[in-house]
Design a protein around this ligand. Structure first.
Ligand code: F0G
Length: 460
C-alpha cells in the first residue's frame, strides 16, 4: 500500500471545544430513544458530527474580533458596508442583499422572478432551491450530465450542466416560461462535484442567446474555483480569487448560503447586477427578513462573513480543505469501503448498497449504515438514499427508489483534525469487516413531507 499523506492544517488551535464519546450502552440507548434516526440524537451524545458542513465551521481569530466590532445600528451600519464591499470584491455584482441563510435568499429571489407554471433548470437543485421553486407552483428541472449519476466515472467536472439538454429544454418550453437558469457550485446533491469554467461559459452563452438570466447557487464557490485551478487547463497558475471572479463574470447574480464558503455559522445573501430586480427583492426582504442593511442578521454576523470571504479563497486553506475529503477517501480505499468517485469538495459519499449488499433497498441500506456508524463509533452521518428521496407509486403503492443509495460524511470546515478522520475510517473498516451483522430497518412512523428528519424506525 502506498503511503497516504495527510493534509496539514494551515492553522493552530487557539480555543477548543471538548467532545466526548459516549460508551456503547449509552449510544445504544440514544439510538433507541431517537427511533433509530440520527437526526433525533442530541448533539452532546455525538462524538464526531459529519451530518453537515453547513453552519458548522470554526471561525478564525480575525472573525471573532469582527464579532466584537459589529455595528448593531438598525440602518446603515458600518458592518453592512464592510460586508457589501467584501461581497462585491469577491463576486463582482453591483447589488448585495443580506438574508439570514441560503434558503431565505432563494425564497426572495424566486418570489421576485418565478411564477406558477414556470420551469427553473439547474445542474441539480439542492432540496431547498427545489422546494422554493416548487412552492411557487413552478417546476425545478435537473439537467446535469449523465456522468453525474455514475459513481465510477472519473470525469473531473461531474457537476457540469448537459448543454444539449439545456438547449433542448429551452427550445421545447420557450424562454417565456423559464425565468432563470441556475448552476449549483459545487453540485451538493450530486456528490459535491465541481462545474468547469468551460461549462459555465457555455451555460452563460446559451442563456444570453435566449435572454434568460443565469444565476449561481454559490454556497461552495471557493471549493469549485479550487477544483478548476487543479483540474482545468489554463488555470493552474491563476489565484482562486481571480478564478471565482471569472466564474461570476459569466452570470447575472448569485444566491449564497454563507454557512458554507463564508466560514460562518449563520448568514446568506443575494448579489446581482439588475438594479430594478434588486429594488424589488429589497422590498420583499423588508417584509420577511429585515431592513436591507441587515436582512435578518446581526451586524456582527455581517463582519464575520466579510472576513470569512477573504479567508476562504486562500489556497493553503483550500488545499487542506479538499485534501481532508481526499484523505478520508484514500483511507476508505485501504479498508475496502466503497464511495462515490472522485471525492467532492466538502464530503465523502459512501455507496451503502455496495457496502451492505445483503440488505435489500426496501430495508434502507444507507439508513442502516448511519445507524451502524453511530452504534460503532458515535459518528453522525446523513442518509441520502431511499428514505430521503424514496417515494411510492401513487397507483400501485410500490416503493420507488432513487438511483443512488448513499451516506454523506460532510466535513465541517477547520473543525476536525486528521486523527478524527482516521478514527472515522477505522470505524467504517470495522463495520465493513462485520457487515453481515448490520441490520436493515423498517419505518414505523413518518410525516408526509421530508420524512428523513423525523421518521422513526425499527430494526429488522
Ligand atoms: N444550496 C445548496 C447547494 C446547499 O447545500 C444548501 C444547504 C442550501 C442551498 C441552503 O442553504 O441551509 O443556508 O438555507 N445545504 C446544507 C447541507 C443544509 O447540509 O448540505 P441554507
Amino acid at each position: 500500500m502506498p503511503d497516504i499523506h495527510p493534509p496539514i492544517e494551515p492553522f493552530r488551535i487557539k480555543a477548543v471545544e471538548p467532545i466526548r464519546r459516549p460508551a456503547r450502552p449509552e449510544r445504544q440507548r440514544a439510538l433507541k430513544a431517537a427511533g433509530f434516526n440520527v437526526f433525533g440524537i442530541p448533539a452532546e451524545k455525538i462524538f464526531i458530527d459529519l451530518l453537515t458542513d453547513s453552519g458548522t465551521s470554526a471561525m478564525s481569530d480575525a472573525q471573532w474580533a469582527g464579532i466584537m466590532r459589529g455595528d448593531e445600528s438598525y440602518a446603515g451600519a458600518r458592518s453592512f458596508f464592510r460586508f457589501e464591499q467584501a461581497v462585491r470584491d469577491q463576486f463582482g455584482f453591483a447589488h448585495v442583499i443580506p438574508a439570514h441563510q441560503g434558503r431565505a435568499a432563494e425564497r426572495i429571489l424566486f418570489e421576485g422572478l418565478v411564477k406558477k407554471g414556470d420551469f427553473v433548470p439547474s445542474n441539480i437543485h439542492f432540496d431547498t432551491t427545489r422546494a422554493n421553486v416548487e412552492v411557487r407552483g413552478a417546476k425545478a428541472v435537473d439537467l446535469v450530465i449523465d456522468e453525474a449519476y455514475n459513481p465510477d466515472s472519473d470525469h473531473p467536472f461531474k457537476g457540469n450542466m448537459d448543454i444539449a439538454k439545456l438547449k433542448g429544454f429551452i427550445a421545447r418550453r420557450g424562454r417565456a416560461h423559464i425565468p432563470l437558469v441556475m448552476l449549483t457550485i459545487t453540485n451538493n446533491s450530486g456528490g459535491g462535484q465541481p462545474v468547469s469554467m468551460e461549462n459555465i461559459r457555455q451555460v452563460s452563452a446559451v442563456c444570453r442567446k435566449a435572454r434568460i438570466p443565469f444565476f449561481f447557487d454559490a454556497c461552495r464557490f471557493a471549493e469549485n474555483a479550487f477544483f478548476i485551478r487543479q483540474r482545468e487547463k489554463g488555470y493552474g497558475k491563476k489565484s482562486v480569487a481571480l478564478i471565482a471572479r471569472e466564474m461570476f463574470s459569466h452570470a447575472e447574480g448569485a444566491t449564497m448560503s454563507a454557512k458554507k464558503d463564508a466560514l460562518v455559522n449563520i448568514g446568506g445573501f443575494i448579489t446581482l447586477n439588475d438594479a430594478e430586480l434588486a429594488k424589488k427583492l429589497k422590498n420583499i426582504l423588508i417584509i420577511g427578513e429585515g431592513f436591507p442593511t441587515y436582512g435578518g442578521l446581526a451586524g456582527r454576523d455581517l463582519e464575520a462573513i466579510a472576513q470569512g470571504l477573504s479567508e476562504v479563497v486562500d489556497e493553503e486553506y483550500l488545499a487542506y480543505r479538499t485534501g481532508q475529503a481526499a484523505y478520508l477517501g484514500a483511507l476508505l480505499d485501504r479498508v475496502g469501503v466503497p464511495y462515490f468517485k472522485p471525492v467532492g469538495g466538502h464530503a465523502v459519499y459512501l455507496l451503502a448498497d455496495r457496502m451492505l449488499p445483503a440488505i435489500p433497498r426496501e430495508h434502507f441500506p444507507a439508513w442502516a449504515l448511519t445507524v451502524a456508524l453511530y452504534r460503532e463509533a458515535g459518528v453522525r452521518s446523513v442518509e441520502i438514499g431511499g428514505v430521503m428521496f424514496g417515494s411510492k407509486d401513487p397507483r400501485t403503492g410500490k416503493p420507488i427508489f432513487p438511483q443512488l443509495e448513499m451516506v454523506r460524511l460532510a466535513i465541517p470546515r477547520r473543525v476536525y483534525t486528521v486523527s478524527h478522520l482516521g478514527y472515522v475510517a477505522d470505524a467504517l473498516g470495522s463495520i465493513a469487516a462485520k457487515k453481515t451483522k448490520v441490520r436493515g430497518l423498517r419505518i414505523i412512523d413518518e410525516p408526509r413531507f421530508l420524512r428523513h428528519f423525523t421518521a422513526r424506525f425499527e430494526e429488522i
